[in-house]
Structures are given as structure tokens and as C-alpha cells.
Design a protein around this ligand. Structure first.
Ligand code: 5GP
Ligand code: ZN
Length: 114
């Protein structure tokens, strides 16, 4: 399958790894939108949260994100986002959690249509 995050998991594409365990890896976003911007992804290909069925994997992803935030020393707070589907703004079709922090984050509102 032609999936960039599967290729990062397989070591076929470079990435700045932040954390890894048996079922997840975390790496820095190539185009950071905050001082800390890390992506947490499952090692297995899951298209999005819509396709996530395994509760153990769901828990592992959530705990990995929280560990990344602690390791990045985001004591002032941080934000977890998973863009899902076209309306959710998902671009890469391999489930990923965005960990944002390191600055006071603005509110995010839906784009206005018309
Ligand atoms: P989405 O909109 O799907 O939630 O976000 C995908 C994210 O993946 C974007 O923030 C984008 O910058 C990041 N991204 C896309 N391609 C790569 C890549 O090859 N390496 C890394 N590290 N991040 C990527
Ligand atoms: Zn994939």
C-alpha cells in the first residue's frame, strides 16, 4: 500500500522519531503548526478513527500522546486532534493523533461556508 506513514513505520521514509512502543510510533510533523507538533500513529495501517476497532490500540495511542506531551514538557497545556475524513480535514489516510503545544493555542472553529 502506498501510505507515507506506513513507510515511516517501516523505516523506508525518514522521520524525527520522538517515541515508540510495540504498537505505536510518534514523530515530529514535517510542517509544524506549533512549537511542539508531534504525530502519534499506530504501527498497523488503520485509515482513521472511523476504522479503529481495537480498544487496546486506542488506549495505547492515547497514552502514547500523553507521554509525548510529558516528555516535551508541555506543562502549560497541550491539545490532541485527529482530523477524520474529508470534512474533518484529514489529508494523510493513516490514523494519526496530532499533539500540539508549546504556545497558547488559538480556538479552532469550522471554516465558514459562503
Ligand atoms: P492531517 O491533515 O491528515 O490530519 O495531517 C497530516 C499531517 O501529516 C500534516 O500536519 C502534515 O504536515 C504531516 N505530514 C505529511 N507528510 C509527512 C511526512 O512525510 N512526514 C512527516 N513527519 N509529516 C508529514
Ligand atoms: Zn498506513
Amino acid at each position: 500500500m502506498d501510505c507515507i506513514f506506513c513507510k515511516i513505520v517501516a523505516g523506508e521514509l525518514p522521520a524525527k522519531l520522538v517515541r515508540e512502543d510495540a504498537s505505536t510510533i510518534a514523530f515530529r510533523d514535517v510542517k509544524p503548526q506549533a512549537p511542539t507538533h508531534v504525530l502519534v500513529v499506530p504501527r498497523v495501517h488503520v485509515g482513521s478513527l472511523d476504522e479503529l476497532k481495537d480498544p487496546t490500540l486506542a488506549g495505547a495511542l492515547l497514552l502514547a500522546a500523553a507521554e509525548v506531551a510529558r516528555a516535551e514538557k508541555l506543562a502549560g497545556g497541550w491539545r490532541l486532534i485527529s482530523n477524520t475524513g474529508a470534512d474533518g480535514g484529514q489529508v494523510v489516510q493513516h490514523l494519526h493523533l496530532h499533539v500540539f503545544g508549546g504556545a497558547k493555542l488559538g480556538r479552532m472553529l469550522p471554516e465558514r461556508k459562503g
